[in-house]
Write a protein that binds this ligand. Structure first.
Ligand SMILES: *Cc1c(COP(=O)(O)O)cnc(C)c1O
Length: 411
C-alpha cells in the first residue's frame, strides 16, 4: 500500500436499478432516484478493525474509512459522538425494561442534520463546488448554512414560510440566502431544482446528494459501537425523507459484511420502526397497503416540522429497510405530540423535539399491539434539540410584580 491515504470508495450505484456511476465527480441522482455510495469493504476489513476505531477521537470521523475518499479533510464543527442515555423512568412509565434515547441534540446546530451536512459539505469542497442549494423544512437549512459558512461556500435555501422561527433565522445568520416559499417542502424542492439549472447551483437536497446519507449512516455505526458492537432489538426513528433510517440500515449491512458485529455476520439485526405523525404519514400508508412506493400525502398538518414531507424520493428505500429489518411503519396521533414531548422533558430531563415525540406515541401503540415486547431493548432517536421549537414549547409563566408579589406574601 502507498503512503497516500487510501480511498475505499469504489463507486456509486443507483438504488433503483443498480446502475454503476463513477465516484470521482459530483453525482446527484439516476432516473430521478437516489444513489448508494459503495466501498471496498474487503480492503477496509484488512486495514482497520473495531479496536482501532474505538481508540480514535470520539467524533463521526472515527469511521473515516467508511465515509471519506482518501486524502479528504473533513469540513468539521466538532461532530461529537452523541450520548446513548439510559431512560429508566421513562421506560418504567411505558412498561419497558430497557429504553435508551440517543440524543442527537448535542451536534453542531442542535440536530442530527449536522452529520449529513458535514459529510456533504466535505465532498462539495473536495469536488471544488462553490455554490449550493437545498430546500428545507427546518434543521437541514441551519446545518447546511453553518457548514457552508465553515467551508466558505455560497448557500441558497428555500423553506416553507411556516418553518420554525429558529430555523429561519439561524440559517440567515450563517449568511445563507434564505427564501421563504408559500408552500410545502415539495414546492421548495421544485424551485431549488430550477435554481440548479438557472443559477448553476449544486443540489444538496436530501437523497439527491449521495453523501448526506453516508453522514447519517454514522448514527448506526455509533449506536452499534456504543452497545459493544451489537444492535438493539428495536430502533424508533422519526421519519420525514427517511435518510436517517436508510442510513442506519446501510450502516448495519456494512457492519455485518465487515464482520464487526459481536454476533457475527448473520443473525443480529435491529427492527427499524419508521415513525410518522397522523398529520403526515405517506410511508405508513404505503407500508400498510404493501406498496414499495408511497402516494404523496395530502393536507399535511403536523407541529413536527422535520416530518412535513408529503413525498420522499427515497420512499422505496425506507420501505425496503423497514421490511428488510422486520420492523414496521406506524403513525402517532398528531393531537398528542406535545403531551408525549413534555413527558420526556419531565421524566428524564431530555429536551425531546416534536419529531421524536412521534416515536413515543408509536412506542406506546406498538407495545399495546405486541409489535414490541416489554423485555426488548429499545432505542429512540431524539433528532434535534427541543429548545429550537420556540413556537411549540412556548408557555405562559407567572409574572411577579415586584419583590413583594410572591404567592406566600399575599394576604
Ligand atoms: C429532518 C428531520 C427529521 C427527518 O429526518 P429524515 O432522516 O430525513 O427522515 C427528523 N427529525 C428532525 C428533528 C429533523 O430535522
Amino acid at each position: 500500500m502507498s503512503e497516500e491515504p487510501q480511498s475505499y470508495v469504489s463507486h456509486l450505484e443507483s438504488a433503483l436499478d443498480g446502475t454503476v456511476l463513477p465516484a470521482d465527480k459530483p453525482q446527484t441522482t439516476h432516473r430521478g432516484r437516489p444513489l448508494w455510495v459503495r466501498y471496498h469493504l474487503d480492503a477496509i476489513r484488512a486495514a482497520v478493525g473495531p479496536k482501532t476505531i474505538s481508540a480514535r477521537p470520539p467524533t463521526m470521523w472515527r469511521y473515516r474509512e467508511l465515509l471519506l475518499p482518501g486524502g479528504c479533510e473533513p469540513v468539521s464543527l466538532g461532530e461529537t459522538m452523541t450520548p446513548l442515555l439510559d431512560c429508566p423512568r421513562l421506560g418504567r412509565a411505558m412498561g419497558l425494561k430497557k429504553l435508551w434515547i440517543k440524543d442527537e441534540s448535542r451536534l453542531p446546530t442542535g440536530s442530527f442534520k449536522a452529520r449529513g451536512m458535514a459529510m456533504a459539505m466535505t465532498m462539495a469542497r473536495h469536488f471544488g463546488l462553490n455554490r449550493v442549494v437545498a430546500p428545507t423544512a427546518g434543521n437541514a437549512g441551519g446545518a447546511l448554512a453553518a457548514y457552508a459558512a465553515r467551508a466558505g461556500i455560497e448557500c441558497h435555501l428555500f423553506m416553507p414560510a411556516d418553518t420554525p422561527e429558529v430555523n429561519r433565522y439561524e440559517a440567515s445568520r450563517y449568511g445563507a440566502r434564505v427564501y421563504l416559499v408559500d408552500g410545502l417542502i415539495t414546492d421548495c424542492a421544485k424551485i431549488a431544482r430550477e435554481s440548479v439549472e438557472k443559477l448553476g447551483l449544486f443540489d444538496m437536497s436530501t437523497l439527491r446528494e449521495p453523501y448526506r446519507l453516508e453522514g447519517k449512516k454514522t448514527m448506526g455505526l455509533e449506536l452499534a459501537e456504543q452497545l459493544g458492537w451489537r444492535l438493539p432489538d428495536v430502533i424508533l426513528y422519526p421519519t420525514g425523507g427517511g435518510t436517517g433510517l436508510i442510513g442506519m440500515f446501510k450502516a448495519f449491512a456494512e457492519l455485518h459484511q465487515l464482520g464487526w458485529l459481536a454476533d457475527g455476520a448473520g443473525e443480529g439485526r435491529a427492527r427499524l420502526f419508521c415513525c410518522q405523525s397522523s398529520g403526515c404519514d405517506p410511508l405508513v400508508r404505503a407500508f400498510e397497503s404493501g406498496q414499495r412506493f408511497a402516494e404523496p400525502a395530502k393536507g399535511v398538518n403536523t407541529i413536527a416540522a422535520g416530518l412535513r414531507v408529503p413525498a420522499a424520493v427515497g420512499d422505496f428505500m425506507v420501505l425496503d429497510a423497514v421490511r428488510g429489518s422486520g420492523g414496521r411503519a406506524m403513525a402517532a396521533d398528531e393531537e398528542r405530540l406535545v403531551e408525549w414531548m413534555t413527558m420526556v422533558w419531565e421524566t428524564e430531563g431530555i429536551a425531546l423535539c416534536p419529531e421524536a415525540a412521534v416515536c413515543v406515541g408509536v412506542l406506546k401503540e406498538a407495545l399495546r399491539l405486541g409489535h414490541i415486547g416489554p423485555e426488548e431493548e429499545v432505542v429512540l432517536f431524539n433528532t434535534a434539540a427541543g429548545q429550537k421549537y420556540v413556537e411549540v414549547i412556548r408557555t405562559e409563566l407567572p409574572l411577579l410584580e415586584g419583590a413583594k408579589a410572591a404567592p406566600w406574601q399575599k394576604a
